[in-house]
Design a protein around this ligand. Structure first.
Ligand code: FE
Ligand code: FE
Length: 287
């Protein structure tokens, strides 16, 4: 089990790092559309390869199967710290000095939110936002855990990263998935839309009884860049989504741009987070 987890881990981290650098570059403020277009397959081959696989295999049936497998929360009970420490085993041991651990990324995100005086629930959302990556440790391939997410069961937006790779997705052969709204009613609201499977949907579900709706939107849709940065999929949104969007957008820079900040001092911060976690969560929750 340890062996397998660590093999998956190294693999998972490699793409995660190039992916987050890629996303950070892509959405850097002031970056023009032309510069964005330069992030093509020849410029960032690992990221391109990742999305090729992701776009091919994230079919509607795949998503339904993963929702069935994970959303019943039958992986057992863990405290937030246990989940964070479990996730922290996703460390690239070949280069421990330059890479942030998973907990350090979570703390940098949450500390940046805290420094800006945002509500405690938002600090907590920052701290838990990537805990869904424990999916890697349960054997899920990286293309089913990280990366930009998008709706399945309807036409793909050209605003999703590397849209050309959707050509290999067999959902293209299913007539009912091909129209703009596909299997969904127009303006049905994102709560009725199935997203490509990954750590967002999973952590949003794990946290559903414990955090306010604004926080749940930050968790569920933080990788849905086509929506929160590019404004795609308007035809699926309802008023509630539109009301929540500013919160998702408010969250995004803390996830992307806190990376360069000083390494957080875990020991010093622990008492604050113990308090914060106890305020919102019971001792253990279902995963
Ligand atoms: Fe994430
Ligand atoms: Fe993150």
């Amino acid at each position: 089990m340890t062996m397998m987890a660590s093999a998956v881990a190294e693999d998972g981290l490699e793409i995660e790092d190039s992916w987050s650098d890629f996303v950070a570059g892509r959405y850097k403020e002031g970056k023009s559309e032309t510069e964005f277009r330069n992030y093509d397959a020849t410029v960032v081959p690992t990221v391109a390869q990742f999305y090729k696989t992701n776009h091919q295999y994230q079919t509607y049936d795949f998503v339904m199967a993963k929702e069935k497998q994970y959303l019943s929360l039958n992986k057992g009970k863990m405290s937030i710290w246990e989940a964070a420490e479990f996730l922290n085993t996703l460390v690239d041991e070949s280069d421990p000095d330059t890479d942030l651990t998973q907990i350090e990324h979570l703390l940098q995100t949450s500390e940046a939110i805290r420094r800006d005086g945002h509500p405690r629930w938002m600090v907590l959302a920052g701290f838990v936002h990537d805990l869904g990556k424990v999916l890697c440790l349960w054997g899920e391939p990286q293309w089913a855990v990280v990366g930009d997410t998008f709706p399945v069961g309807c036409a793909y937006s050209s605003k999703v990263v590397f849209p050309e790779y959707f050509a290999a997705n067999t959902d293209n052969l299913v007539r009912k998935y091909r129209s703009e709204c596909g299997i969904y009613e127009p303006n049905c609201g994102l709560r009725n839309v199935h997203m490509s499977w990954g750590h967002d949907t999973y952590i949003g579900h794990v946290m559903r009884n414990y955090l306010p709706e604004e926080a749940l939107y930050m968790l569920r849709y933080h990788s849905f860049y086509a929506w929160h940065q590019q404004g795609a999929y308007q035809h699926l949104l309802d008023d509630h989504d539109r009301k929540m969007l500013p919160w998702v957008q408010k969250f995004n820079p803390y996830d992307l741009y806190s990376k360069g900040l000083a390494k957080p001092d875990f020991k010093e911060l622990k008492p604050y987070y113990d308090d914060l976690i106890n305020e919102f969560f019971p001792a253990q929750i279902e995963w």
